[in-house]
Each structure stands twice: as structure tokens, then as C-alpha cells.
Design a protein around this ligand. Structure first.
Ligand SMILES: Cc1cc2nc3c(=O)[nH]c(=O)nc-3n(C[C@H](O)[C@H](O)[C@H](O)COP(=O)(O)O)c2cc1C
Length: 321
């Protein structure tokens, strides 16, 4: 069953399903290619990649799939300018940018035919990005893995607020692990839905097995938000998150902002994702980790998602008298 929305038409995809860009996990060609081949939109996470690796990955994904794919670029990172130059030159079908302004970049990407979706966690940022002329917004709520909004507003409320105020295609994300969640956000008015944590638990996600094991074991209440006072991160509870929460209870960052920054920077996603230190690193994942029961090939995940989406839409139709 194909679903026809503004974004499936614009992006040229069969299903309104996007595999969210995830540093390390989707910093490869295998995961995004499998999702694009199954009719969704696969996303390469450029964040932690060296320029030469990204260039090679772009060649690889073009060999693996004839379908559209996207590259996620966190604009605040050192080296983002070089990454954007490479992506412009490579004429990638879709850019999904986060944490920064789209305005200085849109004209040159439009000129080479790339679409630009912009990730926002706040309504004010959604207004700014839409006014700059982006092709669509990616709106995430507090349930999300990675960097959810600091104000802790949920996906249901955040997405609805943006849809009420703006007539711009919206990808909704945060908290969705199955086709029922996708149907819920389409019912809310979204044009597509992005899933991170579900695809994190795929065979193709490039993560240390210990990372996947911890996320798979997590229940729906086993993730916490740390770093609320700077850039919040949702991670599976572990000794590192306990240390941060204890420091926050003792008054950081008010008493010593520098010590707080240093504590948060003392552990990284790489430490957990690449080195497998899941006690000392940041095991980023969303609340919906608690809804996921298996690690599967991405194609199988796509097959389950589309089947459940069809069932959920059918159920909604049957509710009508
Ligand atoms: C391990 C991990 C790494 C992430 N890395 C990025 C990233 O590099 N850039 C980005 O824009 N979002 C990143 N995110 C956020 C996702 O793109 C997405 O918004 C989020 O996973 C959606 O929520 P969900 O996990 O509940 O599906 C990351 C999320 C996770 C779980």
C-alpha cells in the first residue's frame, strides 16, 4: 500500500518513512541504501565522518541504490562548510540540516536541484526556517533520541503546534517505533515520519554490539535527558547519566558552569558507539527503545512498518460510521 503525501511526491519516495540521520549508526551507506531500496528515504549522518569517508560513502550509496537518499549535516560542527561544498558538488538529492540557519546555503543547493529539509525543535525556529524558504521541516519532540528540545515539549504537541502555524511540509519524529506511530503522526497532519531508534536496532546500523544490546534491553522509562542547561541529550540510563544527574541535583551548572560543560564533554557518543564503553559513554536513544523487541535487517523493518501502517490506516477508516 503506497501513501501519497506532499513529501512522498516531493522526495520521490513510495512510503512516508524516513530513517533519521544518526551519527555513527547511519554514518555509512548500507543502512540508508537498504531503507531507500525499500521505498523510504535513507539518511547518511555526515556529523562524525571525515570528508574523504563521506565522499566514498556517497559513491557507494549510488552503487547500492538508484533511489533518492539524504545526507544529514549538523551545521554547527567544525568542518560543516567543507561538507556542504562536497554535497553541493555531488548534487545529493536531499540535505537534512540541523542546528544552524539554512538561510546562507539555500540558494546554491536549489541551483543544483537538491532539496533542503531543516530539523527544528522549537516553533520559533520553524518559522525562521520556513521564511528562509526550506522545502520542508523536520519537527522532533522530547521523546526523541539524540538532541530533543530543551523545553521537553512532546512530539504530539510540538508537531501539532508547527502544523497549526505553518503551511510547510512537515516530517515528524521522536517516539515512533512502529506503523501505528507513523499513522498517528500522519493523522496529526505530518507529511512523513522519521524514525531513529527503530533503525538504530538494525543489522546495518554501524554501532558496537554492546550499544545495540543496551538499547534493546531498555524499557520505555530507561532513557533520561541530560545536559538540559546546554544541549540536551537523551541517553539510556548508565553510570555516566547517573553522574550527570547527581551533579545537576547538587547545583551544577549554576554553581560552576565550566565544571558542568567539562563533565558533559567528558563522555561522547563515539565512546559508546565505536569503542563499546556503554557505561562511560553516551548511549543515545529515544524512549521508544522500550517498544522495540528485535535487531533486524532494515528491509525487514521497512516491511513491518509499511504493513502496520496499512493496518492502522484501515482501522481508522473502519472507525467511521
Ligand atoms: C544515536 C543517535 C544519533 C543521532 N545523531 C543525530 C545527528 O547526527 N544529527 C541529527 O540531526 N539528529 C541526530 N539524532 C536524532 C535523530 O535524527 C532523530 O531525530 C531521533 O532519533 C528521532 O527520535 P526516535 O529516536 O525516537 O525515533 C540522533 C539520534 C540517535 C538515537
Amino acid at each position: 500500500m503506497a501513501v501519497n503525501t506532499r513529501l512522498t511526491r516531493l522526495l520521490g519516495i513510495e512510503h512516508p518513512i524516513i530513517q533519521a540521520g544518526m551519527s555513527w549508526a547511519s554514518s555509512n551507506a548500507a543502512l540508508p541504501a537498504a531503507v531507500s531500496n525499500a521505498g523510504g528515504l535513507g539518511v547518511i549522518a555526515a556529523g562524525p565522518m571525515r570528508l574523504a569517508d563521506l565522499a566514498r560513502t556517497l559513491e557507494e550509496i549510488r552503487e547500492l541504490t538508484p533511489y533518492p537518499f539524504a545526507v544529514n549535516v549538523p551545521l554547527y560542527r567544525a568542518g560543516a562548510a567543507e561538507v556542504l561544498d562536497l554535497l553541493e558538488h555531488a548534487r545529493v538529492p536531499v540535505i537534512i540540516a540541523s542546528q544552524g540557519s539554512p538561510k546562507p546555503h539555500l540558494a546554491r543547493f536549489k541551483a543544483v536541484g537538491s532539496l533542503w529539509l531543516h530539523v527544528v525543535a522549537f516553533t520559533e525556529h520553524a518559522h525562521k526556517a520556513a521564511a528562509a524558504g526550506v522545502d520542508g521541516l523536520v519537527v522532533v519532540g522530547c521523546e526523541a533520541g539524540g538532541h530533543p528540545p530543551a523545553n521537553e515539549v512532546s512530539t504530539l504537541v510540538n508537531v501539532r503546534k508547527v502544523l497549526r502555524e505553518l503551511n510547510c511540509p512537515v516530517v515528524a519524529g521522536g517516539g515512533v517505533a512502529d506503523g501505528h506511530g507513523i499513522a498517528a503522526l500522519l493523522a496529526l497532519g505530518a507529511d512523513a515520519v522519521q524514525l531513529g531508534t527503530r533503525f538504530l536496532l538494525s543489522d546495518e546500523a554501524r554501532l558496537h554490539p554492546e550499544y545495540k544490546r543496551l538499547v534493546l534491553q531498555a524499557g520505555i522509562a530507561d532513557t533520561v535527558l541530560i545536559g538540559r542547561h546546554t544541549l540536551p541529550v537523551r541517553s539510556v540510563r548508565n553510570p555516566f547519566t547517573e553522574q550527570v544527574l547527581a551533579a545537576e541535583r547538587q547545583g551544577l551548572p549554576a554553581t560552576d558552569p565550566a565544571a558542568y560543560e567539562a563533565l558533559l564533554a567528558s563522555a561522547t557518543l563515539k565512546l559508546a558507539a565505536f569503542d563499546g564503553d556503554v557505561a562511560g559513554g553516551k548511549v543515545e536513544a529515544g524512549q521508544c527503545a522500550g517498544l522495540i523487541e528485535h535487531i533486524q535487517p532494515a528491509a525487514q523493518i521497512m516491511a513491518e512498518l509499511t504493513k502496520e501502517l496499512g493496518q492502522a490506516l484501515e482501522r481508522l477508516r473502519n472507525l467511521q460510521r
